[in-house]
Design a protein around this ligand. Structure first.
Ligand code: UN1
Length: 498
């Protein structure tokens, strides 16, 4: 197994291009072993204020740097991430637990985002449009907001950080970033890369700490113009309320209860592969993870049999061991939450057919391992079919028709990702239209969004904004409409031309 180490024993905040030591610290725990890997600062509102001041000063100059030149920094960031891909992936597995192949994939997602957003340096398209008056020119341009606040989760600690910071930076903002305290090493590594790539001081600032202290200070700081948050619904709702009171822009990316629909004409082998990957990959801890399979009753028995058979091949263990398919979950709290759903589901009448327990014997004793779990005969209105578990727990929900499958998919409060396995082209197009989610897959699982498309969900998953894709620019820019009148006289719109 690879042996990778963090280059410091205590992480430091990064403010105005300086590494600033924290006062209080807490341990970052490797979820696979229970060992402490590094200490992370638990900062206060004062550090947020310092970071905002630095960002504000830096942003004035950064916004004047031509966007293609700002983009040069991102190209270098992409190159450096590429050079250090393996090392960063191993550090990611160390702090997050995801298996090394997936960690490499996540770092690649960041590299892709760097080059994609660097390309935006030569686009950042606005529109020109005819004026209704003679000798008058009209156009719209994107302007940076100023200082932006990003709050990133532990489940994709580097990819999601790139989804948010790269579009913010290329469009001329400065960033104050609070990474999740469970996975701060990715922020440490990304900042070192920004530094080597020549990002001017103050354009990115990292303040480690809790949501209640650092997050809250960011949300309430009047120098921060937008909060872009990925995390739980409870926290997102709280942030939205507070930002709403201040008329502060807020972009939220939250939970999911994503389903794979398997129709009676589906390629069942392909469906099983897709389901296993999206339900148990990342130990079910993706916002996009599949936690419901909505299956046509005619193929339910066969699908269940094949799933149970294939689940036996899911090797569980330390993600740094490349033969392992399912790693640990993030922490003890998560383990307990997942475990609590087992009884909830059983009590409501769901039938447990595989897994269902915390693993705490032998090599699993010190890590946070949960058995890949399958419930069957689940009814769409049971809590296990409605609430986000965020672990390797899957429910099979039998249905009688395509229409019922769509209805069950749409019956949850979330709307992130959905998928359908079918060979019927008519159903494919009807499903694309009718599935009420921000991401729809046909003949593939529910995970694996690509960075140049909009990422986000409908209903309780978000508040209408999108991460990644060109749409991410909308979070970090304001539209400015500009009119240039070259007629030499006062021309009144809506009046002088009518
Ligand atoms: C997340 O879980 O919040 O689509 C992000 C996917 C990954 C990103 C997931 N590209 O599964």
């Amino acid at each position: 197994m690879a042996e990778v180490k963090v280059d410091v024993s205590k992480l430091k905040n990064y403010i105005n291009g300086e590494w600033v030591e924290g006062d209080k610290h807490t341990d970052v725990i490797n979820p696979a072993t229970g060992e402490a890997v590094v200490e992370v600062p638990l900062s206060s509102a004062k550090s947020v204020d310092d970071a905002v001041k630095a960002a504000k000063a830096a942003q004035k100059e950064w916004a004047l740097v031509p966007a293609p030149e700002r983009a040069e920094v991102l190209y270098r960031v992409g190159d450096l991430m590429k050079e250090r891909k393996e090392e960063i992936a191993q550090l990611l597995t160390l702090e997050n637990g995801k298996v090394i192949e997936e960690a490499r994939g996540e770092v690649q997602e960041g590299i892709d985002m760097a080059y994609y957003m660097a390309g935006e340096g030569r686009r950042l398209f606005g529109q020109t449009t005819p004026s209704e008056l003679r000798n008058k020119f009209a156009m719209s341009v994107r302007s940076p907001l100023g200082v932006v606040g990003i709050i990133t989760p532990w489940n994709f600690p580097i990819a999601i950080a790139t989804w948010k910071s790269f579009p913010a930076i290329v469009s001329g903002n400065a960033v104050v970033w609070k990474p999740a305290t469970e996975t701060p090493i990715m922020a440490h590594e990304l900042v070192k890369i920004f530094e080597s790539a020549g990002l001017p001081k103050g354009v990115i600032n990292v303040v480690y700490g809790s949501g209640s202290e650092v997050g809250d200070a960011m949300v309430h700081h009047d120098g921060i113009r937008v909060i872009s948050f990925t995390g739980s619904n409870d926290v997102g709702r709280d942030i939205a309320g507070k930002c709403g009171q201040q008329l502060k822009k807020v972009s939220l990316e939250m939970g999911g209860k994503n389903a794979v629909i398997v129709m009676d004409d589906a390629d069942l082998n392909l469906a099983v592969e897709g389901i296993l990957w999206s339900a148990f990959g990342t130990s079910g801890q993706r916002c996009t993870a599949c936690s419901r399979v909505i299956v046509h009753e005619d193929v339910k028995e066969e699908l269940e049999k094949r799933l149970l058979e294939e689940m036996k091949s899911l090797t569980i263990g330390n993600g740094l061991d490349s033969s392992v398919k399912v790693g640990p979950v993030i922490n003890k709290g998560s383990l307990e939450k997942i475990n609590s759903y087992i009884d909830i589901a059983k009590n409501e009448g769901a039938k447990l057919v595989a897994g269902g327990s915390i693993m705490n014997e032998g090599e699993y004793a010190n890590g946070n391992y949960f058995e890949p779990t399958l419930f069957t005969d689940v009814k769409p209105d049971m809590r296990i079919a409605l609430e986000e578990v965020f672990g390797p727990v899957l429910s099979l929900i039998p249905v009688k028709s395509f229409e019922e499958a769509i209805e069950v998919n749409n019956s949850v409060t979330y709307g992130l990702s959905s998928s359908i396995f079918t060979k019927d082209v008519n159903r494919v197009f009807a499903a694309q239209r009718d599935l009420d989610t921000g991401i729809v897959y046909v003949n593939a699982g529910t995970t694996g969004a690509e960075i140049h498309l909009p990422f986000g969900g409908t209903k309780g998953t978000g508040n209408g904004h999108r991460d990644s894709g060109v749409q991410a620019l909308d979070v970090f820019t304001e539209w400015k409409a500009i009119y240039v009148d070259y007629s030499g006289k006062l021309q009144r719109a809506q009046i002088d031309n009518n």
